[in-house]
Design a protein around this ligand. Structure first.
Ligand code: ADP
Ligand code: ASP
Ligand code: MG
Length: 469
């Protein structure tokens, strides 16, 4: 019998009705076809609201009660719609109540201390999944299926202590999951595990980055040695571009790990950028499927891209919420180690650089980073670099930009792709602020003003006939 990890994202469990649908899907497979382990995200919008209230609580107690009341209400509604058995409803309501009471205490604590550390932020946002998983568990139990729910920590997912963006200690995690979760799966019990949240070696709650339930699913998939990992979401699969941006985006039936990872890194929100890491080594296939259209097979991600996929450009994505940082200084010209100094400062301040471009003259480095990190990046660079012998004379930034990435494995070695892309952008009268092409040649990315991003994506999508087969 096949073993499958099924992950359900925030939109799939956005309402009680949708949770019911999730339970139907799980029970359909678990009843006769396969052994299923479930990973679940927080109800749509809840993680964002937890981040917001954590920041507000740092300043004042004022909003906490209204927030927790709304949260209680939202989950109560979901419980009553998703679960029909009164007894199970009560059981889940009690867990919900205990969780919300604990959250209230945590938020009040943050208010008293007046400090929000990455550690306490992770603790607050972990409540999204801690509240959703018991409801999904209850809805599955409602189908008279044996099931048990776990937090990521209880399931045995152990990470490093990089709060907000932690990575699993895979050997230890595998050991624990095999001990705690695998025996249940083998017996036909459906384990329901919270996505996104785990714990470090000391048992302190960590999270694996936004959209991290996908990552939890592949971690669990590897540890449980499953046949496939299915990521259920609200679109048919990985598409040629975000269907919310371009209406005639087309589903890609098959992608290689490398292509899918490239797309995830470059903003195809359908998957967490590091989620494929664990499954690549074990060659476990991943399938992206639509919970609202379960007859569709979705996108299958495997080691090789299937023969016959000859399109050169396969997809185009837009990454928003980024900023461009320019470091200028004649002192960098011909000075060995000057780039190293710039990246050393950023690295030490945990600022990830998403894209880099430099000119031969070496008087300028342009970088793309997350917009939320811009203030920290600029100030630390300015302090550190002006101090270090003045190799840098100026640090400037643009925070109204977006990255557009054009992707496809067959772009490698194909001539004229870049010229075609840039001609399309120029014809649309849009200025390009920065360009980068990695040596892998799997993608070409460039920076435009954010207001122009959607138009560029649409124009490139059309130029390469991505709406047609
Ligand atoms: P979930 O809540 O299931 O994790 P996400 O919102 O994280 O779902 O990801 C699904 C969304 O990703 C889709 O609704 C779609 O708008 C967006 N998206 C962006 N780019 C792509 C793409 N290339 N293919 C599919 N979906 C994409
Ligand atoms: N709830 C988390 C988030 O919103 C994780 C996830 O949805 O995958 O980022
Ligand atoms: Mg997601």
């Amino acid at each position: 019998m096949k073993k499958i990890v099924m992950k359900f994202g925030g939109t799939s469990v956005g309402t009680g009705e949708n949770i019911r649908r999730v339970a139907d899907v799980v029970s359909q497979y678990a009843k006769d076809e396969c052994k299923v382990a479930v990973v679940v995200s927080a109800l749509a919008g809840v993680t964002n609201s937890l981040f917001e209230i954590a920041c507000k609580a740092k300043k004042s107690e004022k909003h906490i009660e209204t927030f927790t009341n709304e949260l209680r209400q939202k989950h109560a509604e979901a419980i009553s719609t998703a679960i029909s058995s009164k007894q199970i409803q009560e059981e889940v309501s009690q867990i919900t109540e205990e969780n919300i009471a604990e959250l209230e205490k945590v938020l009040t604590g943050i208010c008293y201390v007046g400090e929000l550390t990455p550690k306490s932020k992770d603790y607050v946002v972990s409540f999204g999944e801690r509240l959703s998983a018991p409801i999904v568990w209850g809805a599955i139990k409602d189908h008279e299926i044996e099931t048990q729910w776990f937090t990521g920590k209880d399931a045995g997912i152990v990470t490093d202590s990089n709060f907000g963006d932690a990575d699993p200690l895979m050997n230890f995690t595998t050991h624990l999951i095999r001990e705690r979760v695998a025996p249940l799966l083998e017996k036909g019990v459906v384990p329901v595990v919270t996505g996104f949240i785990a714990a470090n070696q000391d048992g302190v709650v960590t999270t694996v980055g936004r959209g991290g339930s996908d990552y939890t699913a592949t971690i669990l998939g590897v540890a449980l040695h499953v046949d496939e990992v299915w990521i259920w979401t609200d679109v048919d699969g990985i598409m040629t571009t975000d269907p919310k941006l371009v209406a005639d985006a087309r589903m890609l039936p098959q992608l290689s790990y490398q292509e899918a990872a490239e797309m995830a890194i470059f903003g195809a929100k359908a998957m967490h950028p590091r989620a494929l890491g664990p499954v690549i080594k074990e060659e476990i296939p991943v399938r992206i499927r639509n919970v609202f259209n379960p007859t569709n097979e979705g996108t299958l991600i495997t080691k090789e891209s299937k023969a016959g996929t000859f399109e050169v450009v396969k997809a185009v994505a837009m990454i928003k919420d980024v900023a461009m940082l320019n470091v200028n200084g004649a002192g960098m010209v011909g000075a060995p180690g000057s780039y190293a100094k710039v990246f050393d400062v950023l690295g030490k301040n945990k600022i990830n650089v998403m894209m880099i471009s430099t000119a031969v003259s070496e008087a300028n480095i342009s970088m793309v980073i997350k917009r939320s990190l811009l203030g920290r990046a600029m100030s630390t660079l300015e302090i550190a670099l002006l101090e270090r012998g003045g190799i840098v004379s100026e640090v400037t930034a643009e925070d109204d930009v977006a990255v557009v990435a054009v992707m496809g494995a067959n772009m490698k070695g194909t001539l004229g792709i870049a010229s075609k892309i840039f001609a399309v952008v120029a014809n649309a009268g849009i200025n390009i602020r920065m360009i980068a092409q990695g040596s892998s040649e799997l993608n070409i990315s460039f920076v435009v003003k954010e207001k122009d991003g959607a138009a560029v994506v649409e124009a490139v999508h059309k130029e390469f006939n991505l709406d047609k087969i």
